[in-house]
Structures are given as C-alpha cells and as structure tokens.
Design a binder for this molecule. Structure first.
Ligand SMILES: [Zn+2]
Length: 284
C-alpha cells in the first residue's frame, strides 16, 4: 500500500520556534517522519523552521517534499517503497481511439510502456503504432483477432500469431519486430507453445480495468499489491483505463518506482527466456 501521510500543518504564529526547532532535529535524527513546508506568505519563523527540517533531510533521512496543496499548509509525503525498483506498465487490445490520449500522458510523465496490440487494430491505427515506437515504447503482439489460442488448431494458431507479426512489422517497416507474444485470456496449450516463435509474456498484476471501468478502483487495486518487478496489465481501449493509468503513474512515480518496458525488465532480470515459454514475473 502506498501510504500518503499527512505530516503536520504549519502554524507560523504563536509557536516557540526555538523549542520546535530542537524537536524537529531530534525527530529527524530518530528517523521519524518529520516534514514541513511553509506557504508563500509565511512569516520568518516558518521559514526558519523549514530550514531546520531541510538540515535534517540533508543529514540522511529519506523524506521527500511535495508541493503544498495550494491554499493550505498541509504537506503530503509518500513512502518510498519503490526506490530502486523496476516495474512495467502493459496495455493490451489496442490501439484504439483512446491510445493517443494515453500516449500524451506517457510523454508528459516520461514513462515508457509496452503495448500488446492486436493485428486487426494495428491495421486500423498504423500511425498510432508508429508513434508508440517513435516515443520509446515497446510494441508487441497480442495476436491478430484476440481468439483463445488454446482452443484453436495448429493452422489457426499460426494464422493468429504470424498474421499479427506480419501486419505490425510492416507498419514498423522492421522485419522480426516482435520479441514477445501475449496470448489472449492468458490461455496457452502445447500446440501454442510449439508454434509461438518467441517467449510469451503474461502479467503479475491484473488491474481489472476492463471489469471495473473505474479509475479509483484501478488505482486502489494496483497500489494495494504493487511491488518491484511487477508487470501491470491494463487495456488502452477504455477512457477509464487511461485515467486510471495516469493516477497509477503519478502515485508510483512518487513512491520511487522506475518504469521500464517489458524487454528492459527481462534484460535487467538477467533471465534467458525460451521461445514458447510462458512468463509472468521476474522477481523473487
Ligand atoms: Zn486481450
């Protein structure tokens, strides 16, 4: 759970600054969460107090200061549970009419993502595929038509897998552009394992964005289980998912997590993956 802790409110007047300053130093030395921020119109005393806290921070405590909430003096502090940890955001089933808005957010937040696209939707939105690539995202295959591969015969599995690759790589103008396939519904069979020529990639956190269609629920569900190496499943075919993604990104960035693409996540794990293997998590 990413806790947002309201530390305390600064009242610049009627405070014995000297005593408070001493208390603050003591608090930070003990590793307690002492954080403050004065507003723009604060009196000298409040500024002095803020300096004292700053000294505490420089001594090695891990607090992080966020902007003040406009009028108030309340300071929000987010636990740095994600410091030094990598996670991957993945979006399935697109592109769609909502993908460009998502790309705007990812660009603004400087967050790379991985898109498991459908061949049929890539054909409908080739410019979106090219934008995803141009802006540093990873584009992988979610097959041609989103059928349950485990229920198909070999010829049909081949058509779904290779058909999508052909379409996507033609748009990117790059041969063998697919490094990972995400099978629809997470369903595979021995036939699927033998046909798919690259590793298959599942997920470790299902945001259930397709079910809730509710940004707050997407956020709560994700933040309650987030940990390093997480592969987060979302779908860029709902406006609510785009809004949920924006919330998740802001919270997880504040918590110190680093977003990477699936391929970078795999590289950083040091794992060597097999063609036809099915993978969901790279942490311990
Ligand atoms: Zn899907």
């Amino acid at each position: 759970m990413v806790g947002v802790v309201v530390i305390f409110t600064v009242f610049a007047i009627a405070i014995n600054l000297k005593d408070e300053k001493a208390e603050l130093s003591k608090g930070t030395q003990n590793g307690e969460q002492t954080e403050t921020k004065s507003d723009g119109g604060a009196e000298d005393g409040a500024e002095e107090k803020a300096e004292a806290v700053q000294e505490g921070i420089e001594k090695g405590t891990e607090e992080k200061t966020e902007g003040s909430d406009g009028e108030g003096d309340v300071v929000r502090e987010v636990e740095q549970i994600g410091a030094g940890q990598v996670i991957a955001l993945t979006f399935d089933d697109g592109p769609s009419e909502f993908t460009s808005g998502l790309l705007d957010i990812l660009k603004r937040e400087q967050v790379p993502a991985t898109f498991f696209v459908l061949g049929r939707n890539a054909s409908a939105y080739p410019d979106v595929i090219r934008r995803e690539i141009a802006e540093g995202h990873e584009v992988e295959s979610h097959t041609m038509n989103h059928q349950n591969l485990a229920k198909l015969d070999e010829a049909s599995v081949r058509a779904e897998v290779y058909g999508a690759e052909q379409v996507i790589c033609a748009i990117e103008n790059k041969p063998n552009c697919i490094k990972y396939v995400r099978p629809p519904y997470g369903e595979v069979s021995d036939v699927v394992r033998s046909v798919v020529p690259v590793p298959m990639m599942s997920w470790s956190i299902d945001t259930e964005d397709w079910k809730s269609r509710n940004p707050q629920m997407i956020q709560d569900r994700t933040l309650s289980v987030i940990k390093g190496w997480a592969i987060i499943l979302m779908h860029d075919v709902y406006g609510t998912s785009v809004e949920g993604a924006e919330r998740i990104i802001k919270e997880l960035k504040a918590a110190g997590f680093t977003f990477v693409t699936i391929d970078e996540l795999v590289q950083r794990s040091g794992r060597v993956l097999e063609a036809g293997g099915y993978y969901a998590y790279f942490g311990s």
